[in-house]
Ligand binder design. Structure first.
Ligand code: SF4
Length: 462
């Protein structure tokens, strides 16, 4: 029969202190995409249900958690920097340190072997086990590991613990079956699973009752959503029909299986924003093939043509520069297509090899770093010019903006986004407007990323 070990003196001290404060205090940092932010809300909810408390001050914490991202090199480096800093503090104060998410899943062996001060490693499908593992680490100084991938886990019954605000995010599916050769997501988040639509609609209604007016539906490959007879287009329309919702967005769809019904939903439903994030990655067919993207340049352009026929729908994209074997000419094709496409915005990344991916096994990461850097900067600069021109063209016009909250630089200014997801900043005029209101803003200045204006009057949202 196994017996619970006696508490060690440090654990006893910590337990006594935490009991006094009403529970163990947790400080948590999140890296990476919106999906990770959403997972942090799930983790907070799971942990609070078991008596843990969250603090924004790391010095007050018994537990330090990092919810990590494995997609890019700089997210790795940031985590390693943070871990090194907390190693010293752990010695002084006996902290428990946990790494969650994609890096815990993908680099478990390396992290366990090289960072002996990590106490708990938990992958994206095992968050329900986190409270037990942390309690074990806090009270019995046992190291915990939970990195099983699940075919079923969608955290459907967990109500995410979110802050206030008019923006709400809902993960409608998890995982990805596409296996793009550069991407680690299928290995860190497992196979595709969709949530049941009723749970998603219930979550939408609850968010509306909490003051949310703008919903973004999230999925690694969101248009693969399927639950019984429900497609993603069907779900999107049902969410947009929920009373009280003013705007619905989604990210990210895959260009290889973008259905006509989804395009029609975007073009026709007044609450679905006329903006589509359509990752291109490369405009060269040989590189697209190596990336395993499942579409050619021509097919991508064909889809863009179909989108443009539907009306003024704005496109944004993702691009990778310096993928394995990319020649100057192949890069030039991407550069030229970005110029032609005139995206509203582009997220441009320098290729960095990720362990366990198809590209890491099959191709050589052979583009020198300076060349990768040069190509990345070239496209970033080009896109900045395009975004600036587009934003400049709006000077003198009025745009409808949802108030989201104070501007970053001044609480005397509001910040919000246009339907096309461009940031707008304007002075508060002492009126009655509140976050969630739609207002008309006259634009008088622009940068590549932000429009500046003055409030006009409230817009009708009916
Ligand atoms: S679609 Fe490709 S890039 Fe996107 S998550 Fe899946 S494998 Fe990664």
């Amino acid at each position: 029969m196994s017996r619970t070990p006696l508490l060690l003196p440090t654990s006893l001290k910590r337990l006594a202190a935490s009991t006094k404060r009403g529970g163990y205090q947790v400080y948590m940092e999140t890296f990476g995409c919106q999906m990770n932010e959403y997972d942090t809300e799930l983790v907070r909810s799971i942990m609070k249900a078991r008596g843990f408390q969250f603090t924004p001050v790391d010095e007050e914490a018994d537990v330090i958690l990092f919810n990590t991202c494995a997609i890019r090199e700089n997210a790795h480096n940031r985590l390693y920097g943070h871990l090194a800093r907390y190693k010293a503090r752990k010695k002084e104060r006996g902290l428990v340190i946990g790494v969650l998410g994609c890096m815990a899943q993908n680099l478990k062996q390396e992290l366990l072997e090289t960072r002996s001060w990590i106490d708990v490693l938990v992958g994206p499908d095992a968050y329900r086990r986190l409270p037990d593992l942390l309690t074990d680490a806090l009270e019995h100084q046992r190291r915990g590991l939970a990195v099983d991938l699940s075919e079923y886990e969608t955290y459907a019954q967990i109500v995410p613990d979110r802050g206030n605000g008019v923006n709400g995010w809902i993960a409608v599916m998890r995982g990805c079956d596409n296996f793009c050769s550069f991407c680690v997501v299928p290995y860190t988040r497992g196979r595709e699973r969709s949530r049941d639509p009723e749970g998603i609609l219930e979550e939408t209604r609850r968010l509306v009752s909490q003051g949310v007016r703008q919903i973004t539906l999230l999925g690694q490959n969101v248009n693969s959503y399927r639950s019984g007879a429900w497609s993603f287009a069907h779900l999107l329309v049902a969410v947009a029909d929920v009373p009280g919702i003013q705007r619905v967005r989604f990210t990210s769809p895959h260009p290889k299986d973008f259905p006509q019904a989804l395009l029609e939903a975007v073009a026709e439903h007044p609450m679905i924003c006329n903006q589509i994030h359509l990752p291109l990655q490369s405009a060269n067919d040989r590189i697209l093939e190596r990336m395993g993207r499942g579409y050619t340049r021509r097919e991508y352009l064909h889809l863009v043509e179909a989108i443009q026929k539907k009306g003024p729908i704005v496109l944004t994209t993702d691009l990778i520069c310096g993928f394995c074997g990319e020649t100057d000419e192949e890069f030039q094709e991407t550069y030229d297509l970005v110029k032609e496409m005139q995206y509203q915005a582009a997220f441009v990344f320098k290729y960095s090899e990720r362990k366990h991916t198809i590209a890491a096994r099959k191709y050589s990461d052979d583009i020198p770093e300076p060349v990768k850097g040069y190509r990345t900067n070239e496209i970033i600069e080009l896109q900045k010019e395009i975004s600036l021109q587009k934003n400049h063209a709006l000077i003198g016009s009025k745009v409808d903006v949802m108030i989201e909250g104070d501007a970053k630089k001044s609480h005397r200014q509001w910040m919000g986004h246009t339907e096309h997801n461009v940031t707008v900043v304007w002075p508060k005029d002492g009126g009655q407007e509140l976050p969630g209101d739609l207002v008309s803003i006259s634009i008088h200045d622009a940068t590549p990323s932000t429009l500046y204006g003055t409030a006009h009057s409230s817009c009708s949202v009916d």
